[in-house]
Design a protein around this ligand. Sequence first.
Ligand SMILES: Cc1cc2nc3c(=O)[nH]c(=O)nc-3n(C[C@H](O)[C@H](O)[C@H](O)COP(=O)(O)OP(=O)(O)OC[C@H]3O[C@@H](n4cnc5c(N)ncnc54)[C@H](O)[C@@H]3O)c2cc1C
Length: 471
Amino acid sequence: MTVQGFFSARTNAAAQSYAMPRIAVIGRGFSGMMMAIALLKTVRFPFHLQLFDPNSSVSGGQALASGHSSEILNSRVRDLSVSAGDPDDFNQWLSGNAPFRSAVPAAIPGFLQIFVPKSIFSDYVYQRFSEAFSSRRDVAVQVSSETVFGLRRVRGGRFVVESDGAVNAPFDMVVLATGYGITDQETQASDLVTVPTTVRARRLVSRPHTILLGSGLRVVDRLLQMRENGYTGQITIVSRRGFLPQSHTRNNADPVFPADEMPGNLSEIIRFIRKACGEAEANGQSWQSVMNGLRKHARSLWRSLPAGQKQQFNRHLRALYDSHRNRLPEALHVRLKQELAEGNTLLRRGHFMRRTPTGLVLRPAGRQETEQLYADDVIDCRCQAPDLNAPLLRSLIDTGLAVPDELGLGLAVEAAGALEVNGRTTEGLFAIGPLGLGSLPDIDLVPEIVTQAYAAAESVAERFHPQCKAV
Ligand SMILES: Cc1cc2nc3c(=O)[nH]c(=O)nc-3n(C[C@H](O)[C@H](O)[C@H](O)COP(=O)(O)OP(=O)(O)OC[C@H]3O[C@@H](n4cnc5c(N)ncnc54)[C@H](O)[C@@H]3O)c2cc1C
C-alpha cells in the first residue's frame, strides 16, 4: 500500500508548526511502523513525525513485504500483538475480520494459538497504524521516499538528516529502524513467485538444479514457494552448520523454566538448558516450552556473560539457538522433512567459498579440499547482519554518535533502544529492532520489537514533556 496520498492533506495542514518537536524514523519496515504506532499512542503532546524509506510501500519490511497468502508467519497470533499490555489485540482484530473468519474452520474458537499468513499480519499492523494516526489530529505525519545516508548533530543537540531528497529542518529525535538495510522489495517479492527456469550457463547437470544458500526461515520459505509454483528440479540447500528450523508443537508450549539459579558459564548454561528440556519432556511438556521460557531470561543471561563467551556463543552456538527459537509451524515442518526424505532436496553442510558462472564453490564440512557445485541458479537466502559500512551507520560511527556492539553485529544500544557510547546514552538517538541484536538477544523478533518501541516512545514522552507521560 503506498502512503503518500493518504498523508499529504494532513501533512500540509499540520506541518506548518515548526514549534512542535520533530521526530524522524528512518525505515518503514515492521520496526519503523511499530515505532510510529508507539509514538502516536504514547506521546501526548503535538509533534511532527517524518518517516523515511526509499520503498514507497508500508508493507512490513523484509519479513512481511514478500508475504503472499500462502506464506505463514512462524509466530503464533498470541505473540504478535502490537498493543502494549494487550496480548489479545491481534486475536480481537482477527475475530472482527469477516473474510478471515469465514476462511478458517468454524471449529477454531479463538485464534491465539494459530499461525496466520504474513499478508494478514501486515494488514493488521497497517490498520493499527492508520487508527492511531487518525485519532491524533494534533500530529503531523510526513512520508518521505528518501534514502538517508548520514546524520549530523548540530547546535542545540538536534540532528540534520542527510538524504537523497529535499533538505529537511533539523530533528529533535531520530529513530533508526533500518533493520537489515535497503532491499529492493519489488524484486524480492517477484523473485519468490518466479520459478528460476532460465539456464544462466550451459547446463552441466542433467536436470534443473537450484542452490539455496542459508538455513533459516528464508530458505524454507523459498523452498516451499518454489515447489508450490511448480519447480520440480533438484534443490540443494548449502548451509555452514546445517541447522534447519525446528518445529513448533501442536500444543501451546506455554513458557516453563527451572527456578534454580542459572550457572554463570556458557558450557554449564548449555548443560542446564539441556537438562531442563529433558525434564520438561519427561513431565509431558516440551523442549519448546523451555525455549519459550528461556527467552524471558535471555536478556539478563546475555548481560552476565563475559565478552569472550558471547563471542564463543556467536561463533559456535548462534545457528543452533536460532534453529530452536525461529520455529516452523508443524505442518510446514512436515513438508520440509518430506522434501528432504524424498531426496529431491538435499542439505549440504559446508563453507560457501564463491559464486562461479556455473554455480558455486563449496568446502564441505570437515574437509580441506573444495568442490564445484553446478547449478542453473544460486539464490542467497542467508540472513545477513546489518551492514555497519552502510553510509548511514558509517556516518554515526565515524562521528562518535554510535559504536558497534561488542560482537560487531550492530550498534550498541540499551533496552529502550537508546544508542550507547562508552556506557553513556546518546541523547535523542534510538535504534529499534535488529540493529541491536549484538546488545539484546531476540530483538529481531516481533514481541521484543514491540516492547522496545513502547519503551523508546516513553523516553521521548519524558524528554519533551516530563510532567505529561503516556496516554
Ligand atoms: C522471512 C522472515 C520471517 C520472519 N518471521 C517472523 C515471525 O514469524 N515472528 C517474528 O517475531 N519475527 C519474524 N521475523 C523477524 C522480524 O519480523 C524481523 O526481524 C523484523 O520484521 C525486522 O523489521 P525491521 O523493520 O527492523 O527491518 P527490515 O524489515 O529490514 O526493514 C528495514 C527498512 O528500512 C529501510 N532502510 C534501510 N536503510 C535505510 C536508509 N539508509 N534510509 C532509509 N530507509 C532505509 C529499508 O528499505 C526497509 O524497508 C521474520 C523475518 C524474516 C526475514
